[in-house]
Each structure stands twice: as structure tokens, then as C-alpha cells.
Write a new protein. Structure first.
Length: 164
């Protein structure tokens, strides 16, 4: 068992408010895509409010939506993000969201069971923007193995029971 799980944050600046006609398709697909994430292998947790989504959580400004979740590993998140119906929504993101000029998504490892705060996630995104990819804040393009995987490589059989 890994002692770490993968956290992710991505943000997007809306072209118009959520209640505008141009955002209607995005809003109409939120429940379906959120349910797909929650049913995906490797999904652990996602940020949501009492209404079941995170569209009203706006720590980056009134026009910036936040998506934050925790997954078993990079592969689980990658499968959901790039190999599921989520892709059809991603392909349409330019309809709803401004093109970002700096990093808008960050990945990092958290201890098993930890649920990151929005403040923690913002710090990881700032770290990625300031220093580039590192074991503390990385991307799909340049990701780092979990600290548990590094220890397993350095000390083979670490999780094995010595009595067996």
C-alpha cells in the first residue's frame, strides 16, 4: 500500500458568468462529469460545497473556477482526464474559458488520507509557476514519482513483512 496519494488543482478563468447563455453547456455537464470522476478507478476525493460542486469556491477571483481532487496515482487521474468522456468537455474549454498564459494545473503528493486545502493548492500552483516542475509541484508532462515509490526503489521489499 502506498503512503501517498496524488492531489491535483486546476483553475480556469471564465469568459462570462456561469448564468450566461454561453456557459449553459458547461453548467449542464457539471453533474455528469463530476459523477464520472467519482466513479472512476483511483478516485479518492474532490473539492465541493454543500451543493455538490465547487463553482462557488473562488479563491483566485470571481471569474476563476477551481477544480481540486485526490487520486490513487498519476495513472488513475490521467485515465480520467484524457481517456474518458471528460475529454469531450476539455476539447470545448476554449468556448467557456480564457487562454491561460501561465500554469493553471498542478499535481503533488499528499499523505494517504490527507485532504488538501485551497490555500495549500494555491501555494503548490505558485511554487510551480515560480520554480517549474519539482517533486513538490509538477505536471502531467513532467511528473515525479511518489515519495513512497522513491523509498521502495532505494530499499526494495520495504513493505514486505519480514515474518513471511
Amino acid at each position: 500500500m502506498s503512503h501517498y496519494q496524488l492531489a491535483q488543482l486546476n483553475i480556469a478563468t471564465m469568459k462570462e458568468s456561469l448564468d450566461s447563455p454561453s456557459m449553459a453547456d458547461f453548467v449542464a455537464n457539471l453533474d455528469r462529469i463530476n459523477a464520472l470522476a467519482e466513479q472512476s478507478p483511483g478516485f479518492i476525493w474532490r473539492l465541493k460545497d454543500e451543493d455538490g460542486d465547487a463553482t462557488m469556491i473562488r479563491p483566485f477571483g470571481n471569474s476563476v473556477l477551481v477544480n481540486m481532487s485526490v487520486w490513487k496515482d498519476v495513472e488513475s487521474l490521467r485515465d480520467y482526464a484524457f481517456r474518458s468522456a471528460h475529454v469531450e468537455i476539455m476539447r470545448r474549454r476554449r468556448e467557456w474559458f480564457e487562454k491561460m498564459t501561465e500554469s493553471y494545473a498542478v499535481l503533488w503528493w499528499v499523505f494517504y488520507g490527507h485532504r488538501p486545502t485551497v490555500t495549500e493548492a494555491a501555494e503548490r500552483l505558485a511554487m510551480l509557476r515560480a520554480k517549474g516542475a519539482s517533486p513538490e509541484a509538477f505536471t502531467f508532462r513532467e511528473f515525479f514519482p511518489s515519495p513512497n515509490a522513491v523509498v521502495q526503489t532505494l530499499i526494495p521489499g520495504l513493505d514486505a513483512c519480514p515474518a513471511t
